[in-house]
Ligand binder design. Structure first.
Ligand SMILES: *[C@@H]1O[C@H](CO)[C@@H](O)[C@H](O)[C@H]1NC(C)=O
Length: 838
């Protein structure tokens, strides 16, 4: 993925700002989007007019036009998921969820036009000026550590958030019933970080509800100016009602004095909510519990009044935004109760309101059920892991599940254009509107879908809840275009878009990404669960189209070789032009990008893919596909791997291309760092970059246990001069000239030494595999497995205990967590490493 790109942008907040500025042009952009979405009819008309014209002018133009249309046309295969699979009628238990991973706490419905709820908070009176309003997860806002202690991916979660002197706990639990997704309740508890502090802080919590115009919200105001209820109605949700309960002391029902403020307006657009609240926090109020001296606080207006002002002070936005501020001295708890009319009528009313002690009971029984199911699934206790390791495992799983989001929108796609086909500059086009239910790499920094991350995410998710994995894979396969391509980064909807600067919004339809979704697919095949197989049957045509596109579009210069399309151009400022499609961004490749390159990791992914697809076709009785792919899978074996990628002079597998070692960045006056190429000149040869790519035939278990190549791979893996570090396998050998090198003045090393959990997990799986198979390396593989596992798990645990976070990558010299945090995407695989589940 283009992670390096985003990291290079510098402070995440800056990036977000820029992007936010860019999306402010709201209405105009929205218009143009609709225009393109309706383009199908227009397209047909255009075709009739354009066809004769094009034939007379240029057949190439027509070809380019056709290609551009296919890039943004959805694939015609039947969907992998049943119709309306996200609707409350078909999947009521998944309708509501914490599907807004980029906010500290919020829920929404799985709908293109969702009802959204969220929490903001601010500590009052600490410093003069505006209090710090917390809402969206940010890298640099000083909040943390934070993360889910429990989250079952379905109906319950408990999160802890540290914010300076405050410790917040946010909990939710759902109660099924009715036809509209059921009821749910929140509890937010705020306590002082240190006990016995003399001056207890005054804190405001802001609970909000946002609609997009479909739902009707009717607030009812109580005597103190507080909202008693918010009632509402929508087609998807039927009748519903929110109730904000009075604050209490934590852990009991003793009421605490709260001051109320409220703001109600048209919805300014989701990315603007924080700003809107900030700009209305402009009056001073007094918080004066009976018998105490007053405290001043900044608040929203004191009474309910509809403010129909759009973001620019004009026009009406879509939908409504209603936010209640409640200000209380810590410690306290506040509960928000959502009741669905049909669930209440269907029997939930008789159970009593899910608040107070009933809510406590529900939370406790869910926590207990989580612990039991966790042990039953992963058996960490039984396998002798410590309580600390078990807690890490629970946090890893919960953070991943709590990071699952539901997105809806249109991506931008640059069609695959050959220069000769179109003399004109090709503009990006809008992809049709699509939903995506997916886990995310990082709530603070990558809160959206990434294709190759998702395969790793689902390896863990499927152990816990196979249905969630079917849902996620089904959605990803729904993104397939007519050619069989899926964009590697999915920026769908305003909330996702606001986190990405405009220049990174466009996905290129010629570029691939490792087909890691086939890893959970292979696991499904192995498990043979009937529901999984039923899913695979529906998904097969799409998996097949996706894989076919991959191996055809990325075919290399010689038969059965493969080349990642989309390396960066050889700019004079880059030490080694990056290969973002590979997922390994700045991992060094041939020094001079060319069409003669062949990439080892891609070859291995295609080989693995062919084998998985053939197996799948055979098991599902898809004989035609099996017959077609069988020969490909058979030819992508050890022999051709050796022929294309074994570098005798290096004694290892390698990329091949136009390459020289003699490349350096040198500082030049007024130019900064500039790439200098010395002697020997580049020539076609194997690329001497020892690292993760070299290990791929081992990582994907493509080698026979008796292969003579296995020994050399284990040698470099186990050698501390090369890949072995006390904290896991490093991405690039310490002996490599590129080790720890920047790629440009502004581009620090990314996959050039750091320890990454996804690849370490693959390595553990491979070592475990070879430890089970008879062969000359069996005992060694077993020993390396247990040492590597201890190193990786030990370091992730130490860093978690020291910082409270799982990290994007780990320093190979001191083990320190690096990159963004929390990174509860594939770093959560530490749980499967602990469970030795591969
Ligand atoms: C390798 O790259 C150099 C520098 O761009 C170029 O002059 C040379 O022709 C290339 N060699 C091959 C075989 O592509």
């Amino acid at each position: 993925m283009a992670r390096g790109e985003r990291r290079r942008r510098g402070a995440p907040t800056d990036g977000a700002r820029t992007a936010e500025g860019a999306t402010r042009g709201g209405p105009a952009r929205r218009e143009s989007r609709v225009g393109v979405a309706r383009g199908t009819v227009g397209g047909a008309v255009l075709a009739i007019v354009a066809l004769p014209l094009a034939l007379t002018l240029s057949g190439n133009w027509l070809l380019a036009w056709h290609r551009a249309r296919r890039a943004v046309t959805l694939h015609s295969a039947p969907p992998a998921l049943p119709p309306d699979s996200s609707s409350p009628a078909v999947a009521p238990d998944l309708f509501w969820g914490t599907y807004r991973p980029h906010v500290y706490f919020g829920m929404k419905t799985r709908s293109p036009q969702p009802l959204l709820t969220g929490l903001m908070w601010a500590q009052q009176g600490t410093t003069p000026g505006t209090p710090k309003l917390r809402h969206t997860c940010e890298q640099g806002d000083g909040v943390g550590p934070y993360g889910w202690e429990f989250h079952d991916g379905l109906s319950f979660g408990r999160q802890h958030i540290q914010d300076g002197a405050l410790r917040l706990t946010t909990e939710f639990v759902k109660r099924p019933g009715g036809q509209h997704g059921g009821d749910w309740s929140w509890r937010v508890t705020v306590e002082p970080q240190a006990s016995g502090t003399s001056a207890l802080p005054l804190v405001s919590l802001f609970f909000y509800v946002v609609t997009d115009g479909k739902e009707v919200l009717v607030p009812e105001v109580g005597a103190k100016g507080q909202l008693k209820f918010i009632s509402g109605h929508s087609t998807e949700l039927g009748d519903f009602r929110f109730t904000l309960m009075a604050p209490t002391s934590p852990g009991d029902t003793a009421p605490k004095y709260g001051s109320y403020n409220v703001f109600w307006s048209s919805n300014p657009g989701l990315p603007l909510l924080t700003e809107m609240v900030k700009s209305h926090l402009n009056s001073w109020f007094q918080h004066r519990p009976p018998g105490t001296s007053p405290d001043r606080y900044l608040g929203l207006p004191g009474s309910l009044k509809w403010e129909d002002r759009g973001p620019n002070g004009q026009g009406q936005g879509q939908g409504q935004f209603l936010i209640q501020q409640v200000t209380v001295k810590v410690p306290f708890s506040v509960e928000l109760v959502f009741e669905s009319g049909s669930a209440q009528a269907g029997g939930n009313q008789a159970l009593g309101q899910l608040a107070g002690s009933l809510l406590t009971q529900a939370l406790e029984s869910h926590a207990e059920a989580f612990r039991e199911r966790f042990e039953k699934t992963f058996q960490l206790q039984k396998k002798g892991l410590s309580p600390e390791e078990q807690a890490l495992g629970q946090a890893a799983l919960s953070g991943l599940l709590g990071g699952i989001g539901y997105f809806y929108g249109q991506g931008l796609v640059l069609p695959d254009m050959k220069v000769e086909e179109s003399k004109q500059k090709v503009a990006p086009a809008l992809f049709p509107p699509v939903p995506l239910f997916t886990a995310v790499p990082s709530r603070s920094f990558f809160p959206r879908g990434f294709l190759w991350d998702e395969g790793f995410h689902q390896l863990l998710v499927q152990r816990w809840d196979p249905r969630l994995t079917q849902e996620a894979l089904g959605h990803w396969l729904g993104l397939l275009n007519a050619d069989g391509w899926i964009g590697r980064e999915q920026v769908l909807g305003d909330e996702a878009r606001v986190r990405v600067p405009p220049e990174f919004l466009v996905q290129r339809a010629a570029h691939a990404n490792p087909p890691t979704l086939l890893l959970p697919v292979a696991h499904m095949l192995k498990g043979g669960d009937p529901a999984d197989l039923a899913f695979l049957r529906r998904a097969f045509p799409r998996l097949y189209a996706w894989f076919s596109w991959l191996h055809q579009s990325q075919a290399g210069p010689v038969p059965l070789s493969y080349r990642w399309r989309g390396r960066d151009p050889a700019l004079p400022t880059l030490l080694n032009p990056k290969t973002l499609p590979s997922g390994l961004d700045d991992y060094p490749r041939a020094s001079h990008p060319s069409a003669t390159e062949r990439h080892l990791d891609l070859w291995c992914w295609v080989s693995l893919g062919a084998h998985v697809l053939v197996q799948l076709a055979e098991q599902l009785g898809e004989s035609e596909a099996a017959a077609e792919l069988g020969p490909l899978a058979a030819s992508l074996g050890a022999e051709i791997l050796d022929e294309l990628h074994w570098a005798p002079e290096l004694g290892i597998f390698a990329d091949f291309g136009n390459h020289t070692k003699a490349v350096q960045l040198k500082s030049r006056p007024s130019q900064g760092l500039v790439r200098v190429v010395g002697r020997p000149h580049p020539r076609l040869q194997y690329v001497d970059a020892l690292g993760y790519v070299s290990l791929f035939p081992l990582l994907l278990q493509l080698l026979d246990p008796h292969s003579s190549r296995l020994g050399p791979l284990l040698d470099v893996l186990a050698d501390s001069r090369h890949l072995w570090s006390p904290f896991g396998l490093r991405s690039l050998a310490a002996s490599s000239p590129f080790y720890g090198q920047r790629n440009s003045e502004h581009d620090p090393p990314y996959w050039r030494g750091a320890v990454w959990l996804n690849v370490n997990y693959l390595a553990l799986g491979a070592l475990h595999h070879y430890a089970l198979l008879e062969g000359p390396h069996q005992a060694r593989a077993a020993k390396l497995h247990s040492e590597l596992r201890a190193n990786v798990v030990g370091n992730v645990l130490r860093q978690y205990q020291a910082t409270g976070f799982l990290w994007e990558q780990y320093n190979d010299r001191d083990g320190r967590g690096m990159g963004c945090r929390p990174f509860q995407g594939w770093t959560s695989l530490v749980l499967l490493a602990m469970a030795e589940d591969y």
